[in-house]
Write a protein of this length. Structure first.
Length: 151
């Protein structure tokens, strides 16, 4: 599956354009990311430096990749839907099954672009997966509600 962000503007460009950060802050964050071996997402670095919030990053990713956002903290998690995804898979991938309509399972994930996880979920559930994005803190709160014995 093709990454919907391919060919789109870079996250830093979007954050500058929207006035969330300055060019100097972006350069400092990119240097910090490089110092960390490049294995940390730029958004995480920017949050860590205190330049942006989680919702600022999610907003930029929504704009960059045309992904739908769900404030998962405002949704009830149906225990029957939660049981479709094992707790270790949900927690390990920071995703929450939200709803099922027919053969389509809606998933809210921290990284909804992970094709490997999508294939794993399709194999586990036999459903087509509709991915949504939310903030890490909202997903963690939803995981605690959906899988209280694990989280």
């Amino acid at each position: 599956m093709k990454n919907p962000c391919d060919g789109h503007r870079l996250i830093g460009e979007i954050l500058i354009e929207r006035g969330f950060i300055t060019q100097a802050q972006l350069e400092k964050a990119l240097a910090a990311q490089k110092d960390q071996g490049g294995c940390v997402y730029l958004g995480g670095v920017l949050i860590g430096l205190g330049y942006v919030t989680e919702i600022d990053i999610v907003t930029a990713v929504v704009l960059q990749c045309n992904l739908p956002y769900i404030a998962v903290s405002k949704h009830l998690i149906d225990p029957q839907i939660a049981r479709l995804i094992p707790a270790d898979v949900a927690c390990g991938n920071r995703l929450v099954p939200l709803d099922r309509i027919g053969n389509i399972l809606s998933i809210v994930a921290l990284n909804p672009l992970d094709a490997k996880v999508r294939r794993e979920l399709e194999g586990l559930t036999g459903c087509h997966i509709a991915m949504f994005i939310s903030t890490a803190s909202q997903i963690d709160q939803a995981l605690a509600r959906a899988y209280p014995a694990v989280v």
